[in-house]
Ligand binder design. Sequence first.
Ligand code: ZN
Length: 502
Amino acid sequence: MTIGAIIGYTVLALFLGFIAFLIIRTISARKPKPPESNYVPNDIDDTVVDNLVEAIKHKTITMPNNDQDGSVFLEYQAFLEKAYPLIMKNSTKYVINKYSVIYAFKGTESDSLLPIAILAHQDVVPAPAKDWGFDPFGGEISEGYIYGRGTQDMKGQMISALDGLEFLLREGKKPARSIYFCFGHDEERAGIYGAYEIVKFLQQRDVRFEFVLDEGGAIIDGKIIGINNKVALVGTCEKGYADVTLEVEKLGGHASTPTRRTAVGLMSQAVYKLEKRKMKPFFSEPVKEMFETLAPYMNPLFKFFIVNRRVFGWLLKRVLTIASPFTNCIVRTTIAPTQMFGATTPNTLPPVAKANVNCRINTGETIDDLTNHIKKVVGKNIKVTVRDGASNPSLVSSPDSPAFKMIGKTVYEVFDGFIMAPYPFIATSDSKYYHVLSDNVYRFTPFEKEESDANRIHGVNERLSVNMLKTATQFFIRLYENTCFDDFSVPKRKSLVSNHLY
Ligand SMILES: [Zn+2]
């Protein structure tokens, strides 16, 4: 045999060996055993529906600042206090910054078990009645759906969480663990008067939580990633947020005698460049964790590429960035042009043109990384300013904690065989402030959304099906059963009095 042939065979043998290694790795990624379960669904009556209908009627629209008359929030709280007498009987109420509220429900073993926190925001975005088929604050029911602003975002979740506990208390069941309901009043404006102040208040009193659950996540059809089951995604972190203003000055004047380059032209070019030169995709820790959890359920081809993503990372990233806006946004910082401003009259060259780009920062990057990229792309003639209210990505909670596993078990039980996986929540929520109070901050909305729902949230004809509302109530009942009736996670602590408000 010639030396050339020996080298050729050696290379071939190494190559085949490598492929075999990748295949073995793929095969050895096995599904974990489903959790054991003795779950029996409860009969949920229409009380929860009546409560959501009533909740919708309170026009708790986010106020631009805290000096406005927020009496509608107080009326809303009065309604909650009337609707949930058993919870309130055993809760201490704390009003934070006038309109946010904590109802701290005391468990029977509050001395030795850390409490959990259930978050929800009372506020909703405005809903001009134009184009709605229903009164946005009427709570009308039609063909199995409750219509109204806040049904999905997020009074539906708040009401089902409260109804879940009230249900258990009506049955005479007493949770051992305390449950704090923390309801901010300005989540839709970044939570600076609400959630931020609630967290400060709790931090000053050394309160710690076993886990925190807020809105977020989604239930998606696994087919888009080669999985036959439905997949419930639970946010273990959230992306950062920044509105960035771009500004360019150029001599203004009459539009009949335009200069060679105009402010609007330069601004359009800058925005166009930002669309062409996006920030680099990469797999953040939560995305890797998502892949790890889901890989065993994928079809063989998807599984092969995901399990061996160290080898095929370059290809995977390419595919994910073009496959769908959702897969794109979980692997990179996104920059979306949302506003442009020029002259106020049609025949004037504006001396200034402005644009806003709305940015969501991938876990692992920062506001600085974002602005450096934007400045590099748009060039030095464009002024780049980060507007108030920007936030870096949140910390990341572990998908291996007992709390996460219990949420997963609850999803599996209530949603009949769904798989739960961690992922980076792509929007923002009040929970970003809570990482200082717990290692386990998770984001999940227990609604199986329909395709059109994405446009209805913050849009027209927001709605929630009666069935979904009742299933969400089941979810919370089961979550309390799984996490608040015994100590599911840690050896009992002697006394945690300092970790409680009462
Ligand atoms: Zn929300």
